[in-house]
Design a protein around this ligand. Structure first.
Ligand code: ASP
Length: 316
C-alpha cells in the first residue's frame, strides 16, 4: 500500500465475543453491522476532513459505547456483584501520550475519561474513586448505573452465576476499540470495555493497560485488542505487535497474525485490530468471530462478523 497525502485508515472492533453463529439471526446481524457502520462513519468524517487520528478513534469508540449492543459504556457487562466497572484507554502515537481509567461507573463515555486523563492530568492511569472525582472535576457527562443497564447483560450474569450459561462467548465478554492513521501520518488507538461477565469486583483487564490492550506509536503501528484480558496482559500483546515491526522487520499482517496465534496456544482467545504507519491494516482473531470494520479514503464502510471477508453490505 502506498498512501497519498489524503490517505487515511480507520479500523474498529466491537469485540471478539460475538454471538455464536448458531444464535445469529438476520435481524441481529443487521443491527450489529449498522452499529459498526455508524461508528466507522463517525470517525470517517473527521479523517476525511483532515482531522486527527486521536479525534477519529475517540468518536468511533463513543459511537460504540452509546450502542447498547456492545460491551462498553451503555450495555457494559456486570461484575459478579451485579455492578458495572468500566475500563478505557487512549494512546496518541504522535506524542507517545496515553490516558487510561479503570474500575469506574459514572462517565457516560468512559473513553472521554481516558482522554481527559491524557490531556488534562499529569498522569497516565487513574482508577476507582480518584478517577471518578477527576471525571467530575473535568465536567464530564455522568450517568446513574441504570443508564448502563441492559436486560441481556443482566440475564447473562444470572446464567453465569447459576452455572447455566451456554458456551456462547457473547455472554461472557466483548469490548470496543478503534485504531487510525490520519492524513498527516499520525496514529492513535482507543479501547473501552465493561470487561468480562461475572468478573471479580476490582478486576482490571487488558483494555486500559498500555501495551497490553492498547498501543499506538507513529514509528510502528496502533493496536486495540479484545479477548481474554489476562492472557493479553501476560504477553504484552499490543506492544508485542509493534516490537515485531520495529525489531524483527515483520509486516503488520505477519506480526498481528503471529501474536494472535501465539495467544491462542496459551488459551488467550480473542483478536486485535491494527493499522501501521503506512495505513495498512490487519484484523486477525483466533475465535469464531470478531465484530469489525474498516474505512479508508474511498469512503466505503466495510464490516464483518465471522470469518467472511469485509463487505459493504449491512446484511453481511
Ligand atoms: N479484553 C476484555 C477484558 O479482558 C474483554 C474482551 O475484550 O472481551 O476485559
Amino acid at each position: 500500500m502506498n498512501p497519498t497525502s489524503t490517505a487515511f485508515t480507520l479500523a474498529l472492533h466491537g469485540g471478539a465475543g460475538t454471538l455464536a453463529r448458531a444464535h445469529m439471526t438476520p435481524e441481529k446481524s443487521a443491527a450489529y453491522h449498522a452499529g459498526l457502520r455508524r461508528a466507522l462513519e463517525a470517525g470517517r468524517v473527521l479523517l476525511a476532513g483532515g482531522g486527527s487520528a486521536l479525534d477519529a478513534v475517540t468518536a468511533a469508540v463513543m459511537a460504540l459505547e452509546d450502542d447498547p449492543l456492545f460491551n462498553a459504556g451503555r450495555g457494559a457487562v456486570f461484575t459478579r456483584a451485579g455492578t458495572h466497572e468500566m475500563d478505557a484507554a487512549l494512546m496518541d502515537g504522535q506524542h507517545h501520550a496515553a490516558g487510561a481509567i479503570a474500575g469506574i461507573c459514572g462517565p457516560r463515555n468512559p473513553i472521554l475519561a481516558a482522554r481527559a486523563v491524557l490531556e488534562q492530568s499529569a498522569h497516565v492511569f487513574l482508577v476507582g474513586d480518584g478517577a471518578l472525582a477527576f471525571c467530575r472535576a473535568q465536567g464530564l457527562a455522568m450517568e446513574d448505573p441504570c443508564y448502563f443497564f441492559t436486560q441481556p447483560r443482566w440475564d447473562a450474569l444470572q446464567a453465569t452465576l447459576a452455572g447455566t450459561q451456554d458456551n456462547d462467548p457473547a455472554r461472557k465478554h466483548g469490548t470496543v476499540g478503534a485504531v487510525a492513521r490520519d492524513q498527516h501520518g499520525h496514529l492513535a488507538a482507543a479501547t473501552s470495555t465493561g470487561g468480562m461477565t461475572a468478573k471479580a469486583p476490582g478486576r482490571v483487564g487488558d483494555s486500559p493497560v498500555i501495551g497490553a490492550g492498547t498501543w499506538a506509536d507513529d514509528a510502528s503501528c496502533a493496536v486495540s485488542a479484545t479477548g481474554h484480558g489476562e492472557v493479553f496482559i501476560r504477553f504484552a500483546a499490543a506492544h508485542d505487535i509493534a516490537a515485531r515491526l520495529l525489531y524483527a522487520g515483520q509486516s503488520l499482517d505477519t506480526a498481528a497474525h503471529g501474536v494472535v496465534a501465539e495467544l491462542a496456544r496459551v488459551g488467550g482467545s480473542g483478536g486485535v485490530i491494527a493499522v501501521d504507519k503506512n495505513g495498512a491494516f490487519a484484523l486477525p482473531f483466533n475465535c469464531e468471530g470478531m465484530y469489525r470494520g474498516v474505512v479508508t479514503a474511498d469512503g466505503a464502510l466495510r464490516t464483518a462478523i465471522f470469518d467472511e471477508p469485509l463487505s459493504n453490505y449491512a446484511n453481511g
